[in-house]
Design a protein around this ligand. Structure first.
Ligand code: 4NP
Length: 164
């Protein structure tokens, strides 16, 4: 049999693409690489408010302390190409989820959008809380929740790839 190694393409989305989704991108990438899962990872914002900016310095500092280097530059979600470019789209909260769902033009596009609560069950949270206006503990919480979500996402994607 041919060993068909498909690269899985995953996009994380939040509001500003400077806190949660850049952290998700870096943390998930680290988990996937450790597990040898072939992935292409990116992140985007439902808004373009911070387009061209590096991630929030507080988010970068907390991530670095936990061994994750955030290098992404903020960019808005692109309706015309992101649904085609990615296999799975992971919004950080319900607002991001419904924003993206409204932009999907087909069932296929809509089904690419998954709900983060499925990957953080048992954490006491059903979404990744926005840390932007809060204190330092909010950034730490983002990292802890995204580590849990990444471990489960990697396991989930491995199962999906074995099915194909
Ligand atoms: P993020 O956090 O969606 O996790 O990147 C935010 C960043 C910026 C703003 C809100 C949330 N803002 O209002 O500018």
């Amino acid at each position: 049999m041919h060993n068909h190694k498909k690269i899985f393409r995953i996009l994380f989305v939040c509001l500003g693409n400077i806190c949660r989704s850049p952290a998700a991108e870096a943390i998930f990438k680290s988990f996937a690489e450790k597990e040898g899962l072939p992935v292409f990872v990116d992140s985007a914002g439902t808004s373009g408010w911070h387009e061209g900016e590096k991630a929030d310095s507080r988010m970068r500092a907390h991530a670095r302390k936990h061994g994750y280097e955030i290098t992404s530059i903020s960019r808005p979600f692109r309706r015309s190409s992101d649904f085609d470019q990615f296999d799975i789209i992971v919004p950080m909260d319900d607002s991001n989820f419904y924003d993206l769902k409204e932009q999907a033009k087909t069932i296929e596009e809509s089904e690419k959008i998954v709900h983060i609560s499925d990957f953080i069950a048992g954490s006491g949270y059903s979404y990744i809380p926005d840390p932007y206006y809060g204190g330092e503990e909010g950034f730490l919480l983002v990292i802890k929740l995204l580590e849990k979500a990444s471990a489960r996402l990697v396991a989930d994607l491995r199962n999906r790839m074995n099915e194909n």
